[in-house]
Design a binder for this molecule. Structure first.
Ligand SMILES: Nc1ncnc2c1ncn2[C@@H]1O[C@H](COP(=O)(O)OP(=O)(O)OP(=O)(O)O)[C@@H](O)[C@H]1O
Length: 256
């Protein structure tokens, strides 16, 4: 199956930090990629580059086989959605109005949201446990509720490619798992893929079938999660000893 997103010879740099060098990545429908690395190795910068929000230092990015820089942003937004690390709400709006903004790439220039858009937004809010919150002003939400609203907005957008910057930020354990399960269910509906920045190798082991490890200074490893999730790789990645604990559902990783 052809890739949704491909990079060829991709080099990304920011403020003197080399994030990756000559990266060759092919993200196929159905795949869930985890991006792991220490603070400051450039995970957010890489995600923004893959979304076309900043230019790479070198190399090419193709979305649906077409060069990303040449595509109209509306076309990109119909196929690619990004969950940013943090949100600042400049204008007062309700939870439902915020979720509905996910439909904007799918509407014509003078078109208003219709019943199908409303239904999509309400369904997405229900999927993240915010079904009863639709009239609430966003400014009154807790950090975890705001995070789930951002994820509901992305589910409402319903892109083919999900770029997720620390989707579990602000979420309690229950919601970390339930939100990642919702995203996995979405990927299983077909034609969709995700790349998500995570700080927990256990969540990566549970939800990602592919990993991209950013070791710093442009050094990366990419491949099947089962191959890359080893104590040696994680210790190199985090510069910290790791303990592998066998459990009935697989290996659990603890800092040593
Ligand atoms: N505009 C900028 N100017 C200079 N340096 C920058 C700029 N933006 C980011 N950086 C630096 O580039 C590096 C990569 O930043 P980035 O936010 O991509 O890292 P990250 O891996 O996502 O980090 P974290 O895990 O802490 O979220 C950091 O050292 C950061 O301080």
């Amino acid at each position: 199956m052809s890739a949704l997103l491909e990079t060829a010879g991709l080099t990304v740099e920011v403020g003197g930090v080399r994030v990756c060098a000559g990266l060759e990545l092919a993200v196929a429908p159905g795949q869930c990629w985890g991006i792991l690395g220490r603070n400051g190795t450039g995970k957010t910068t890489l995600l923004h580059t893959l979304a076309g929000l900043r230019p790479p230092a070198a190399g090419r990015i193709r979305l649906d086989g077409r060069a990303l820089p040449g595509l109209e942003r509306r076309t990109v937004a119909r196929r690619l959605g990004i969950l940013l690390q943090d949100y600042v709400d400049a204008f007062p709006s309700t939870v439902l109005e915020t979720a509905l903004t996910g439909r904007h790439p799918h509407l014509g220039p003078w078109e208003w949201e219709g019943p199908a858009d409303l239904a999509a937004a309400r369904a997405a809010l229900g999927r993240v446990g915010l079904g009863a919150f639709e009239s609430r002003p966003v400014q009154t939400l807790s950090g975890g509720e705001r995070r789930r609203l951002a994820i509901a907005t992305l589910l409402t957008q319903d892109p083919a490619l999900y770029l997720l910057d620390e989707p579990t930020n602000h979420l309690d354990l229950n919601h970390q798992v339930s939100v990642l399960e919702e995203l996995s269910r979405t990927l299983r509906r077909g034609g969709r893929a995700a790349l998500m920045v995570l700080h927990d190798p256990n969540l990566a082991a549970r939800f990602c079938d592919r990993l991209l490890l950013l070791h710093g200074e442009g050094v990366t490893q990419a491949g099947p999660a089962t191959d890359l999730l080893t104590a040696a790789n994680l210790e190199r990645l985090y510069r910290h000893p790791m303990r592998a604990i066998p459990t009935p559902s697989g290996t659990a990783w603890l800092p040593g």
